[in-house]
Design a protein around this ligand. Sequence first.
Ligand code: EPZ
Length: 421
Amino acid sequence: MPKYIIEKNGPLKGEVVMSGSKNAVLPIMAASILTSKQCTITDIPKLRDVDVMCQLLRSVGAEVNIDYIKKEISITCDTVSELEAPYELVKQMRASNLIMGPLLSRTGKVKISMPGGCAIGARPIDLHLKGFQALGAEIELEHGYVEARAEKLIGDKIYLDFPSVGATENIMMCAVLAQGITTIENAAEEPEIVDLANFLNSIGAKIKGAGTDTIKIEGVSKSELTGTKHAIIPDRIETGTFMVAAAVTRGNLLIKNAIADHVKPIIAKLKECGVEITETDGDIRVTANKGVKATDIKTLPYPGFPTDMQAQFMTLLTSAIGTSIIIETVFENRYMHIGELNRMGSNIKIEGRSAVVPGEQMLEGAQVTATDLRAGAALVLAGLIAEGTTEISDIYHIERGYSEFVEKLSRIGAKIRKVED
Ligand code: EPZ
């Protein structure tokens, strides 16, 4: 199995350019199922998850042409065939469930394997299904598959028990071709929701309020939907990861193609730690040539501190002056990286949903395993500051969500290489 080999690093310096957002491109690719016209999506990231979504779209009859050199993908779904999204595909990528809303809206039925849990938690889709039912769908669960059928979809008011990103996206896409008005209350407010709504409006949907906790969708007819050309927003979690990489190596890094407004909580926390952040139009400079102070973090839905940055920040805080407390409120099991960081010499303790992170830990290189996407990224950052050599296995988790990660890190001075075992 391929591995990353990482040596202790000096400060990261230079410039790095962010790629398109994984969590924006996946729902937008799924949304292209709604229209029979060609959708061209640009600024796409080169990721395994994008390849898996291409396979899924082809399996429903879409014509998909991807050009990673031009960072462009064109999708035409002029006919939609039966879809039974197989477990093999869905278990590779939870975001497979994002084709449910568009397929249900376009064809009136969809059958997909239940996504199953993953390392960070059970991750049910009950809120997605409740939304579909509110719009008139019948839901059947059997043999690990969920089937949704709807003769007609009629707009309704839906209150989400939790501002779920995926449920907000799926219900929004399902409501595009429903009759009448759908209102999603307690909706997720992430920038990726706004990017999806902008894409949907560009093919003729009528959506207002994306980015707030109340989203209104006025249903349109299939004939009103057109094609489009849409550029994906930069990846705010990749941006945050490189910001922390600069901080943890006490470096000086210019991060290009970044939207500072999307990483406000990360900027605020890094400033609390004594890291210097300067924002210019589309770029963020991170300078951390002084010590880093401890701070406390509580993950929350956007615009709170993102759960997808919790593991990376924990690595930083192991080297801070003082003890930090991290509380993970979004997922019930998102501390898998703690065991691996402790094997590298940190002494982090879990108390219920909190993690107590002592500072000034001298990490030592070790053989560690990536358990999920962001835990893997946290271990890469740990490898940059650990004495000696760190070997990370199961790096497929990392390559699901970070485009050209080794190339980008190497260009700013990191001693990291990928070896085929
Ligand atoms: C999206 O996952 C992201 N993935 C995740 O990023 C991110 O961590 C998460 O949002 C939270 O920001 C994509 O966008 C592809 P949720 P999603 O529904 O939609 C519970 C990464 O690292 N819940 O907001 O699955 C759920 O169990 C990935 O890039 C229900 O209980 O997240 C979790 O505890 C990891 N019932 C919480 O809500 C439901 O029906 C948040 O989940 C749906 C969710």
